[in-house]
Design a protein around this ligand. Structure first.
Ligand code: SF4
Length: 466
């Protein structure tokens, strides 16, 4: 694609605000990468005097960082924009200006349409062009309505300003770090290859530098992000080919970086070096999100997943041989077009075989532009709802069983933030569970030994082991 910006229409010059401090409210929808991008956008705007606010009514700029993965995502954005239009009008009546921007995957997919349907929107900016946000806002101030969605492939990681040290400290001891964007797998239900584009890996030097900055800002645990993160590839110091396993080795050398994770992975891209990293790196946490989506080979083929259930199960056996305490998380879609009762029974059977510590499951819904949307033989809503209920009951049972198995174990706990009760902190277990423990707030960021004493609906309880 070419680098290009578009001015769709001009509107009367807006009065420039003289206030030194301007406030930005960012509403984030969807995945962890959007959470990461929202933080980076806020960091980029800080250089222009913007501070983040949690109160939308106070904001000079409201940014919706949208997600296109769920059904009717675009419609939800339009209804949010309808409410924002009223707020903008009200504030204009009080002599206060408010700019409205739309970012994220809906912006990328529907940029022109958003500007056409939502006249209150000042700016539409796609996920690969966030580095142009400050300049785009200046153009809005000059009276333009701005569409910034086209990008050159080599720009792809320029949209990620380095994390700000002070803000990193304020955000806590765990952080995301994007290392890869886009996807070439083209699963037939998924919009990601169309909204985030083809797979691009971030260079090693950029990743290491950002990780170091995060650690300098107090971060102890980093989760590497990518739509297909284990497809990451790059070059080592002598030009040798690196995969995610080698990158994890390099990051594990950063002093003070205690924990590493990565998400989301495709089973086809789990190579030998990545599996070995699970064996060799104590910093790599024993928890892996490895979606399969369905337990039926017929449906996996229709989804273009390019692997079978037997291959998936064999792969898990190999990873668990490398790291026996590994726990798994997954994603499931029920009611993909053509899914029969037998196909669904295969999914239940696969879940029983694998045993998940955690999983996300959804009813299939069509995404315009994806091959799945054109398939006949759509499954009736009531059938999908029934299957989802049964699958979720099984997954919840497994999640509780996994939590129960933890009771009595002594584990390392990363103390993350204050708990609900005075004198209590919430920590993160190696398996991504929230754990409540009595500890001092000065210990946030420490990793301590605790014994798990009990389970709650969504968390565990522990006592410190002296
Ligand atoms: S691998 Fe993941 S991101 Fe890529 S097309 Fe499939 S579901 Fe979408």
């Amino acid at each position: 694609m070419t680098q290009e910006t578009a001015v769709l229409s001009a509107k009367p010059e807006m009065a420039l605000e003289s206030a030194a401090v301007r406030k930005v409210f960012v509403k984030t929808y969807g995945c962890q990468m959007n959470v990461y991008d929202s933080d980076r956008m806020t960091d980029a705007l800080a250089k222009d005097g913007y501070v983040a606010t949690d109160v939308m009514e106070d904001a000079d700029l409201v940014l919706l960082n949208t997600c296109h993965i769920r059904e009717k995502a675009a419609e939800k954005v339009y209804s949010a924009l309808g409410r924002l239009r009223e707020l903008k009008k009200k504030k204009a009546g009080e002599g206060r200006e408010m700019m409205i921007g739309v970012a994220g995957c809906v912006a990328q997919a529907e940029g022109d349409e958003i500007l056409r349907r939502a006249p209150a929107v000042d700016l539409v900016i796609g996920p690969q062009t966030y580095h142009r946000l400050p300049e785009a806002l200046k153009r809005v101030k000059r009276g333009e309505r701005v569409l910034e969605t086209d990008y050159a492939i080599e720009d792809k990681f320029e949209h990620l300003p380095a994390p700000d040290k002070a803000k990193t400290r304020a955000r806590g001891v765990t952080a995301f770090l994007t290392v890869q964007e886009g996807c070439d797998k083209f699963c037939t239900f998924c919009v990601v290859p169309y909204t985030r584009g083809s797979e691009v890996s971030r260079p090693v030097a950029q990743i290491v530098s950002e990780a170091q900055k995060l650690v300098d800002g107090g971060v102890r645990e980093i989760t590497l992000l990518g739509q297909n993160v284990n497809a990451w590839h790059g070059s080592g110091p002598n030009g040798e080919k690196w995969g995610l396993g080698e990158l994890l080795h390099r990051l594990s050398e950063i002093e003070g970086l205690a924990r590493l994770r990565y998400t989301t992975s495709h089973p086809r891209d789990m190579d030998d070096s990545l599996i070995a990293a699970h064996r060799d790196l104590p910093q790599l946490m024993p928890y892996l999100h490895l979606p399969i989506q369905s337990g039926s080979n017929r449906i996996l083929k229709a989804m273009n997943r390019r692997h079978t259930t037997a291959e998936y199960i064999a792969l898990i056996a190999r990873i668990k041989a490398a790291r026996p305490d590994l726990a798994l998380s997954g994603d499931f879609i029920v009611g993909f077009p053509g899914e029969t009762d037998e196909d669904f029974a295969d999914t239940l059977s696969l879940v029983e075989t694998v045993g998940y510590a955690q999983a996300f499951s959804f009813k299939y819904s069509t995404r315009p532009g994806t091959p799945g949307a054109d398939l006949e033989d759509q499954v009736p809503e009531d059938v999908k709802a029934n299957r989802l209920e049964r699958l979720q009951a099984l997954l919840l049972k497994q999640q509780h069983a996994f939590a129960e198995q933890c009771v009595g174990k002594t584990i390392d706990l990363l103390l993350e933030k204050p708990g609900r009760m005075p004198g209590q902190l919430i920590g993160r277990s190696p398996w991504l569970q929230s754990v409540n423990v009595d500890a001092k707030s000065s210990q946030i960021g420490d990793i301590i030994r605790v014994r798990i004493t009990g389970t709650g609906p969504n968390s565990l309880f522990a006592e410190v082991v002296s």
